[in-house]
Design a protein around this ligand. Structure first.
Ligand code: NAD
Ligand code: MG
Length: 472
């Protein structure tokens, strides 16, 4: 492989303040406590961020409550104007937001710039279009908003998960209090500024920062009507318990352990691109990542040879470099978890392989890794690693592929690679997964519902279905 000269995107477009408060009732306000957010590629502190305590959460929920009546009383076409305005400002500020997201999260700029930001704007445009058509969404002639939505999101797609949560909630006439993840709070705080720029009425969107405790206070607050959570299955379970019997509506989008199934008649080069995209996109910090590769035995050698060749060309390093394929692991804690599960994989007898690759000395890094000789009993075949680690299993027949693919407590997504349409349809029909991709992987669109079976959670986000979670 020839060497690439460094091509770093300038970070001067992002104007970071030394500290940020909570965005409540249209204004930034102080909190009692604070924490630091770092750039995971360098461990440099980016800013000090407020940590919301009980009174702060009360204030935020109260602001959303006050804003609810006037906001929900607006004609849908008026709410749509705000959402269109927000979408356009996101487009105008896309480069700034992409650089910010890569700084705070560690994801490669080519992904934040070409995937995250376009999808964020698209979600606001899409749901803006629904705001005056709710009566035609299939949920009755006069669907009503629920009230105040408490929304808690993870760190893997900070701004995109915010868009998935806020756009449908506002389109349907709800007001929101959103808490971003503690390692990636900055893009949500910049979004707060966009709400001001768009003249959104105060209190319609409130952004409170903090760790898990703040999230718990928010979802347990007695005056919220709806809880929307994306994150770990463990926290999802705790939330489901805490809202049980309260009358709050809940949607949970949790983990996954998706099978990416490659049949021997597949276009192998394309399948290999799909395997790489499936597990190494966003450092594998993707709930629908194709983390279990199921390869038909007759194609095994060919697929593995091409996959290893392709992996040797992946560039790991500076997230702001436009040539980088794999950026930094989001946090020291996540890196420790990836290392631990990888060590367990090797100890349980799977064979570990990574291409030669030099990792930066500072920051949190993990080389793209595959494990072969994995069986269904291995923990790395069962547990979500949430990192750039692929477990490879084999199968002989379509039935065996389906059985292995479904042998998981999760059910968020799956991929099928074959030239034969009838085989794809027959297999897709039997997979217990919310999204099944055929001859592609990790494709997202605001018009398309996304969500899981079993321990991957319940409810759908995106599309017409995504409105249902915010309407009564
Ligand atoms: P997490 O579930 O702890 O965090 C997700 C969000 O929930 C964060 O904003 C966090 O502050 C908040 N939170 C934590 N505890 C809470 C509580 N009791 N009540 C309300 N909110 C709470 O996830 P994590 O610790 O960052 O990651 C752990 C694992 O979760 C990962 O290794 C991965 O397997 C999985 N994960 C999945 C997704 C996904 O998209 N489905 C996203 C992130 C992490
Ligand atoms: Mg950070």
């Amino acid at each position: 492989m020839f060497a690439y000269a460094p091509a770093p995107e300038s970070r001067s477009i992002v104007d970071l303040a030394p500290s940020y408060g909570l965005f409540i009732d249209g204004r930034f306000t102080d909190a009692h406590d604070s924490f630091k957010t770092v750039n995971p590629a360098s461990e440099e502190v980016l800013a000090e961020v407020a940590a919301a305590g009980p009174e702060d959460v009360d204030r935020a929920v109260a602001a959303a409550r006050r804003a609810f009546e006037p906001w929900s009383a607006l004609p849908g076409a008026e709410r749509a104007k705000y959402l269109f305005r927000i979408a356009r400002i996101i487009q105008e500020r896309a480069r700034e937001l992409a650089v910010l997201e890569s700084l705070d999260n560690g994801k490669p700029i080519k992904e934040s710039r070409d995937v995250d930001l376009p999808l964020v704007a698209a979600h606001f445009f899409y749901y803006a279009g629904w705001a005056d058509k709710l009566a035609y969404a299939g949920f009755g002639a006069d669907p009503r908003p629920l009230g105040v939505a408490a929304q808690v999101i993870p760190w893997n797609f900070p701004l995109l998960m915010l868009a998935w949560k806020i756009a449908p909630a506002l389109a349907a006439g709800n007001t929101v209090v959103l808490k971003p993840a503690e390692t990636t709070p900055l893009s949500a705080l910049f979004f707060a500024d966009i709400c001001r720029q768009a003249d959104l009425p105060p209190g319609v969107v409130n952004i409170i920062t903090g760790a898990g405790d703040t999230g718990r206070l928010l979802v347990e607050h007695p005056d919220v009507n709806k809880v929307a959570f994306t994150g770990s299955t463990e926290v999802g379970r705790a939330i489901a318990r805490s809202v049980a019997g309260t009358g709050k509506r809940v949607t949970l989008e949790l983990g996954g352990k998706a099978a990416n199934i490659v049949f021997d008649d597949a276009a192998i080069d394309q399948a290999v691109e799909g395997i790489v995209n499936g597990i190494f996109f966003n450092q594998g910090h993707v709930c629908c990542a194709g983390s279990r590769l199921l390869v038909q035995e007759s194609a095994y050698d060919q697929v593995l040879d091409s996959l290893k060749r392709r992996m040797a060309t992946l560039r790991v390093g500076d997230p702001l470099d436009k040539n980088t394929d794999i950026g930094a692991i989001n946090s020291a804690a996540q890196l420790a978890r990836i290392r631990e599960l990888s060590e367990i994989g090797a100890a349980e007898g799977a064979e570990r392989w990574s291409p030669p690759c030099e990792l930066p000395a500072q920051g949190f890094w993990f080389a793209p890794t595959i494990f072969t000789g994995v069986t269904q009993a291995h923990r790395i075949a069962r547990e979500e690693i949430f990192g750039p680690v692929l477990s490879v299993l084999t199968f002989r027949t379509p039935d065996e592929a389906v059985e292995k693919a479904n042998n998981t407590p999760y059910g968020l997504s799956a991929g099928i690679w074959s030239e034969k349409g009838s085989l794809i349809l027959a297999v897709a029909d039997k997979l217990r997964a919310g999204v099944v991709w055929a001859n592609t992987f990790n494709k997202f669109d605001p018009t398309s519902p996304f969500g899981g079976y079993k321990e991957s959670g319940y409810g759908r986000e995106g599309g017409r279905h995504g409105l249902e979670a915010y309407l009564a």
